[in-house]
Ligand binder design. Structure first.
Ligand code: G3I
Length: 364
C-alpha cells in the first residue's frame, strides 16, 4: 500500500514536472538500448502488472527493450490454483490446475508489441505454495511421495508450457526451469521441499520434463545468484556439468544482484569466464546494482559497474542471449532503498543507463 502511494505521488509529480518545458524528457529524447545492442544480444527488463498501468513506462519498455520477464506473475505461487488442485487430487494425486490471471496481461502486452518473453520460473523453493508439496494439497497431511511429486512436476510443466504456447505461440523464447537450487553456505543443493520429496535428481528431472514439453527452439536455463563467490560457483558448475551430461539444458542465468564494488569485477569476470567455458548459452537475468545514496560519486560508480558488466558480456556476445535489468525505476525495485536500476523515480534515464549505452557504442 505504502509503495503504491509512493508510486502515485511520483506519477503526479512527474506530470507536474512535465508541464515545465525542459524538465521532462520524452521517451524518444534519448537513445534506445535495444537498438544499440541490436545484432549482439537482447536487452530486457522485469515488469509487473502494475508497470503496465503506467503509459509512460509502457512506452519506455517498447522503445528500450526487446525481451521482458514477469517479476512475479509466472511463478508457481501465481500460476497454481491450489483449491482446484485439491479438488482434483481426490481422483488423482498428481493432477495440477493452473490459471494465468496476471501472466495473461504481460503476455498480451508482449505479443501485441512484438516483445519476446523469458519465462520465470518453473521450479523454485520460494513463491511456491507449501500445499503443493503435501498429500491432498493439504499442509496438515504428510509431504507427498517422490512418485506423486514427479507426477505433479511433469503435469505442472506440461500445463504451463501447453497453455502459453497455444495462446502465445513463439512469444516465450526461454524459461528458467529451476531457480536458486544451490545453497550459499553448503555450495550444494539446498534442502528444499523439492529436494525432500523428489531427491537429488529433482533438478535433472525438471529439465527432462521441460525439454519434453517445450516448443522447438525454446531455451532452457538454470538461474542463480551469488555466482561470483567461489564456494557457490563450484556448486553451480558441478550441477551444470551434470545437467549438460544429460543433454536437456541450454544455458545459465547470472542474476547479478550486486552492490557497487561487491563482488569485485575480477570475481564477476572469473565466474562468467568459467561458466562460459562450459560451452552453454549465457544470460544476465536479473541485473541491479545498489548504492548507499544518490550522490554524484555513487551514481557515477554505479554507471561504471553497469558499463563494466556490459563490456564483459559483450566479450561473450556469441554465447549471450540477453542482459535483463530487474525492474525499471528505482522506486519500483525490490531493493528500492538502494537505487539499483537504470531509470530514476521520475522515469528519467540515470548515468547507469548511459553506462550500458556507452559499452555498446564503444564496441562499434
Ligand atoms: O502481491 C502482494 C500484494 O497483494 C500485497 O499487497 C503486497 C504487500 O507487501 O505483497 C505483494 O506481494 C509481494 C510481491 O513481491 C509482489 O510485489 C511479496 O510480498 C514480495 O515478497 C514479492 O517479492 C518478490 C520476490 O522475488 C519474492 O522473493 C519481488 O517482487 C521479486 O522481484 C523477487 O524476484 C526474485 C526473483 O524471482 C529470483 N531472484 C531474486 C529476485 C529478488 O528477490
Amino acid at each position: 500500500m505504502k509503495r503504491i502511494s509512493a508510486m502515485l505521488i511520483t506519477a503526479v509529480l512527474t506530470v507536474l514536472f512535465c508541464i515545465i518545458p525542459g524538465q521532462c524528457e520524452t521517451t524518444t529524447d534519448y537513445p534506445s538500448l535495444k537498438e544499440a545492442y541490436e545484432g549482439k544480444f537482447d536487452i530486457g527488463t522485469a515488469i509487473s502488472q502494475q508497470t503496465l498501468v503506467d503509459m509512460k513506462l509502457r512506452e519506455i519498455i517498447i522503445r528500450q527493450f526487446s525481451i521482458i520477464t514477469a517479476g512475479n506473475e509466472m511463478k508457481p505461487q501465481s500460476l497454481l490454483d491450489i483449491t482446484k488442485c485439491a479438488e482434483l487430487a481426490r481422483e488423482d494425486e498428481t493432477a495440477v490446475a493452473v490459471r494465468f490471471t496476471g501472466a495473461k496481461l504481460i503476455l498480451d502486452f508482449a505479443q501485441k508489441n512484438g516483445l519476446k518473453v523469458h519465462g520465470h520460473t518453473l521450479l523454485w523453493h520460494e513463491q511456491t505454495p507449501e500445499a503443493f508439496f503435501h498429500e491432498g494439497y493439504d499442509t496438515k497431511k504428510a509431504l507427498a511421495s517422490r512418485e506423486i511429486m514427479l507426477g505433479r512436476m511433469e503435469n505442472y510443466i506440461r500445463e504451463v508450457m501447453a497453455w502459453t504456447e497455444e495462446r502465445y505461440p513463439g512469444v516465450i523464447v526461454s524459461w528458467d526451469v529451476v531457480n536458486e537450487a544451490i545453497h550459499d553456505n553448503t555450495g550444494w543443493l539446498r534442502k528444499s521441499n523439492w529436494y525432500k520429496t523428489v531427491g537429488e535428481d529433482y533438478v535433472a528431472r525438471a529439465f527432462e520434463f521441460a525439454r519434453k514439453y517445450a516448443a522447438d527452439g525454446v531455451l532452457l536455463y538454470y538461474n542463480d545468484y551469488n555466482t561470483a563467490y567461489p564456494g557457490k560457483l563450484n556448486g553451480i558448475v558441478k550441477l551444470l556439468e551434470q545437467l549438460i551430461a544429460e543433454g536437456n539444458i541450454d544455458g545459465y542465468g547470472f542474476q547479478m544482484h550486486h552492490k557497487v564494488g561487491s563482488p569485485s569485477m575480477d570475481m564477476i569476470t572469473r565466474a562468467v569466464e568459467r561458466i562460459a567455458g562450459l560451452g552453454i548459452r549465457l544470460r544476465v537475468s536479473e541485473l541491479d546494482i545498489g548504492i548507499n545514496s544518490k550522490s554524484e560519486t555513487n551514481l557515477n560508480n554505479q554507471k561504471a559497474m553497469y558499463k563494466a558488466i556490459m563490456k564483459l558480456m559483450l566479450r561473450f556476445s556469441d554465447q549471450t542471449e540477453a542482459v535483463q535489468v530487474w525492474g525499471l525505476t528505482d522506486d519500483s525495485s525490490w531493493r528500492a532503498g538502494t537505487y539499483p536500476l537504470i531509470f530514476d523515480n521520475f522515469r528519467k534515464p540515470k548515468p547507469a543507463f548511459y553506462g550500458m549505452l556507452e559499452a555498446a557504442e564503444e564496441q562499434n
